[in-house]
Design a protein. Structure first.
Length: 330
């Protein structure tokens, strides 16, 4: 009989220490890589719990193989990698790890914004290639950040944290969100206004995406939207890759519809459109939004606490499919 839960990726050591402390037996895929599909399908058999990451596709096939599965703890805020509807029909709880990565993700979005605006990566490569021959008034000119207009698409936890940081740069904020947030507006010390997406795109110097991936947000930013942006504008995406039509973005960057883009996520991860890689007006990161030691550890511990609660007969604190009639058998 295999151990009670299976973990699809190596995680920070405190995660395993907490499982040991709680007396929950587990196995973990030992390689630091995305688990092969055939291994995942084999390992979920007879498991009661699964701790997975956002690159693991937990679909009907997985649930059909996992005949004893009772809970899936996703090591991520988003859970579009899991067929939650099918899990609910099968009586399987699904949990996530919200809140803990808010600051890390907001900081990373700002890292991309500043690096793209001031051509940091391009300038670093220029110097390392031995091209720097002294200061020049036209050398690698970038975009001003302070006093510019910031467009924030999606004003959830991360969107708000990102927008709050704009106050230090005395930026005007335009935000597009399902509903107006008067409390946040009153807390922001500068000019801030809710507008529709078209107005935001047309009037922002920087556009940063902070929406969840849903059928409605797939290719939220496509050719039409990119053409609405200003020629000096910069697009930042730390949300989900499919929110942006990458082929259209490549055209926008090549043909100078927009000035640049900073990306942490991609439409078909881990594949990145090859033209994005070759373009000098992009800054590209390998999905590092939550990549700090503290944040990744807290995410793992939160996932474990969801598992522990379930196996102790309690409702997991971050249950996604709340409509499911909760029950647990230890």
């Amino acid at each position: 009989m295999p151990n009670r839960i299976f973990i699809t990726r190596m995680l920070p050591q405190p995660v395993f220490d907490r499982l040991d402390e709680a007396g929950i037996a587990y196995d973990v895929y030992p390689k630091d890589e995305i688990i092969p599909r055939d291994v995942l399908l084999r390992e979920v058999r007879d498991r009661e719990g699964l701790l997975c990451i956002l690159t693991d596709v937990i679909d009907k096939e997985v649930f059909d193989r996992a005949n004893r599965l009772k809970i899936v703890a996703n090591y991520a805020v988003g859970y579009n990698n899991i067929d939650v509807a099918h899990a609910t029909r099968r009586g399987v709880a699904v949990s996530n790890t919200p809140g803990v990565l808010t600051d890390a993700a907001a900081d990373l979005a700002w890292t991309l914004l500043l690096a793209t605006a001031r051509r940091v990566v391009e300038s670093d490569a220029y110097l390392r290639a031995g091209k720097f021959e002294g200061w020049g008034p036209m050398l690698l000119l970038g975009r001003d950040v302070t006093g510019s207009t910031l467009g924030v698409v999606g004003l959830g936890r991360i969107g708000k944290a990102f927008a709050q940081r704009a106050a230090a740069f005395q930026m005007k904020i335009l935000y597009a969100s399902r509903r107006r947030d008067e409390e946040f507006e009153s807390s922001y010390p500068g000019e801030i206004r809710r507008v529709d997406l078209d107005e935001l795109l047309a009037n922002s110097d920087f556009v940063s995406l902070h929406v969840s991936l849903t059928p409605e947000t797939v290719h939220l930013i496509g050719e039409k939207e990119l053409r609405r942006m200003q020629p000096h504008a910069i697009l930042i995406n730390t949300a989900r890759g499919p929110v942006v039509d990458e082929a259209a973005l490549v055209r926008a960057l090549k043909e100078k519809w927009i000035w640049g883009a900073g990306l942490d996520v991609y439409e078909e991860e881990p594949h990145v459109h090859p033209d994005l890689i070759s373009l000098p007006n992009t800054v590209l990161l390998p999905h590092l939004g939550s990549a700090t030691t503290k944040t990744r550890t807290r995410m793992g511990l939160m996932a474990v606490e969801n598992l522990i609660a379930f196996f102790e007969g309690r409702r997991p604190p971050n249950l996604v499919n709340e409509e499911m009639r909760f029950s647990s058998s230890r």
